[in-house]
Design a protein around this ligand. Structure first.
Ligand code: SF4
Length: 274
């Protein structure tokens, strides 16, 4: 049974969610493009978003962080996306000298030795390239969903807690079933690792398949405790600077964007912006 057969179960409000997602993406493009970019990990959520920004012909680019440690299947999907995407796909890689020096000093797989070395690897291979990918951008789009983990349970649709740039999470309220329903009905290409029980896919040394009943992100950095399982890409810039969902929603609504909380409100807002 592949990932579509296993997971494609739309929620009752899927159509409304999809309409809201499209509206949010279009409004974001109006407000921020061309200083707007989509962070694409090539996971299922991000392939949905890549399909949507292409379908909606939005004036933005897609960026991918090629850490140098991705699975062959992920690299193949990247190549496919580069071929098929009408929206430019930019690939950012680690500084070659910094990566080589780190490997020479700490070994090929130092991430298992300590959290500090794992974070150092993530910094070289993800965080520094991310800074380059976001340079000059005032907003970015991610595939974060509240359902993914406890640490992401409060992910707002629009996060203005970072004064540097706005983070948009248009799939915030989508379920895993919604994601796969979209992939199925729109014939979206996806990473075959998802068929092998990899719901969340990162670098090869740091990702494993999960077993039945395990947490969605149990296969990421599985040797660490669950509350430390972020690489830094989606960690708030300052302790205590996070904006509660309600406050973020208020700021968002006040600015005339789509209302993030409440499906009925979202419907109204989408209609207003249609
Ligand atoms: S996820 Fe693993 S391999 Fe990838 S950058 Fe982080 S520590 Fe390095």
């Amino acid at each position: 049974m592949n990932a579509i057969a296993l997971n494609a179960r739309p929620s009752a409000s899927f159509d409304a969610k999809l309409a809201q997602t499209k509206a949010l993406l279009q409004q974001a493009a109006q407000e921020f493009a061309p200083a707007l970019t989509l962070a694409c990990s090539l996971g299922a959520e991000d392939m949905v978003l890549a399909d949507l920004v292409n379908t909606l012909a939005l004036d933005l680019d897609i960026f991918v962080l090629d850490t140098g440690r991705l699975h062959a299947q992920t690299l193949q999907l990247l190549s496919q996306l580069q071929t098929t995407s009408r929206v430019p796909v930019k690939v950012f890689q680690p500084d070659a000298q910094a990566a080589a020096d780190f490997v020479a000093r700490e070994g090929q797989d130092p991430m298992y030795k300590s959290i500090e070395l794992r974070k150092a690897c993530c910094h070289i291979r993800k965080m520094e390239p991310l800074e380059r990918a976001l340079a000059g951008k005032t907003a970015w789009i991610t595939g974060l969903r509240r359902e993914q983990s406890g640490a992401r349970a409060d992910v707002p649709f629009v996060d203005r807690s970072d004064a540097t740039r706005v983070k948009l999470n248009p799939l915030s309220d989508w379920t895993w079933g919604d994601v796969w329903h979209y992939i199925s009905t729109n014939n979206v290409a996806y990473n075959p690792l998802h068929d092998d029980f990899f719901p969340s896919i990162g670098c090869e040394p740091c990702t494993r398949a999960i077993a039945l009943g395990e947490d969605f992100r149990a296969g990421r950095w599985w040797w660490e405790s669950s509350d430390l399982k972020e690489c830094g890409l989606h960690v708030k810039p300052q302790a205590g600077a996070s904006t509660p969902v309600a406050a973020s929603a208020q700021a968002h609504v006040a600015s005339g964007d789509v209302k993030p909380e409440g499906r009925d409100e979202a419907k109204t807002s989408v209609q207003e912006t249609a």
